[in-house]
Design a binder for this molecule. Structure first.
Ligand code: SF4
Ligand code: SF4
Ligand code: SF4
Length: 272
């Protein structure tokens, strides 16, 4: 049972969110939505602890496709960063704001960038590309994320200014935004031979994710006294994290997506 502790805790956290929001708002949607996400995460983590190789992908596709297809395409909710600004500026406590509050602003205090490793529908496609291990060090172009962040806000402010900020416009933006993300993400992955290049340099959501995940309770720890400096963990890490140093240095604390590739590789079990 101890082996499945994290799976049970995370399922319980999501179930608590589901029940409290259902009771507070009276909307069955919240109960079903968060129960489903919690179930995907709980089952997936349990399968991972049981040794199934594709458990992370199971969660990522379970949550990612649900959000993209059901919430995004069928319910027409803009869950991109523009949707967050739209609802926030409209003063509406909509799904977009809630999604950001839980997955990308306050949730990372508990589970870091777990969203990036287990739920993001952009990365779920990018992770299928063949460049799973980055071929070189990080490029110094991370500033692009701030430009993207500002652009998203400016677009929504302009829509409000010209009276075009409607749910329909936001849905069109959602379609265009996702298409651009996929195309740019795939091109960058090919160019840099790195599946996660989009995450490292372009994604505006990291402006929220990185500072909050710095304080994350869940993180990979390295017992440096056990480490034999073989470098295997560094080689497999898709995010170029110096995980064999147990510090909360910027890269270590804000880039890890908790994918556990490093812990599986470590020959002396120094990482957990
Ligand atoms: S960095 Fe952005 S694109 Fe990458 S996984 Fe996280 S939210 Fe998704
Ligand atoms: S390989 Fe390890 S350090 Fe790198 S992102 Fe995955 S869990 Fe984090
Ligand atoms: S794989 Fe383990 S032993 Fe090798 S460098 Fe990483 S932490 Fe150290």
């Amino acid at each position: 049972m101890k082996k499945f502790k994290t799976a049970i805790i995370l399922f319980a956290v999501f179930e608590a969110i589901a029940i409290s929001l259902w009771l507070k708002t009276g909307s069955l949607f919240y109960l079903l939505n968060f129960s489903y996400i919690g179930l995907c995460i709980g089952v997936g983590l349990a399968l991972s602890r049981a040794g199934w190789k594709y458990a992370r992908e199971f969660i990522q596709f379970g949550v990612g496709t649900y959000m993209l297809v059901f919430l995004g395409l069928i319910c027409r909710e803009n869950m991109q960063i523009e949707g967050f600004w739209y609802y926030l500026l409209s003063g509406v406590f909509g799904a977009g704001v809630l999604h950001y509050a839980i997955a990308k602003i306050f949730g990372p205090l508990l589970f870091g960038r777990g969203w990036c490793g287990y739920a993001c529908w952009t990365a779920m496609i990018l992770d299928l590309l063949p460049y799973k291990q980055p071929q070189g060090p990080r490029k110094k172009i991370g500033f692009i994320r701030y430009i993207m962040f500002a652009l998203a806000l400016i677009i929504v402010l302009l829509l409000f200014h010209f009276g075009k900020a409607t749910k329909h416009t936001m849905f069109i933006l959602f379609l265009i935004g996702n298409l651009i993300y996929y195309v740019v993400g795939i091109l960058l992955a090919i160019l840099f031979k790195d599946n996660r290049a989009f995450c490292k340099y372009i994604c505006p959501i990291t402006v929220f994710l990185k500072p909050m995940s710095y304080f994350s309770l869940l993180r990979i720890h390295c017992d440096e006294s056990k480490c034999i400096k073989c470098g295997k963990c560094l080689k497999v890490c898709p995010m170029n994290v110096e995980v064999n140093k147990d510090s909360r240095k910027r890269e270590n604390a804000t880039e890890c997506i908790l994918c556990h590739k490093c812990t599986k590789e470590c020959p002396v079990k120094a990482l957990k």
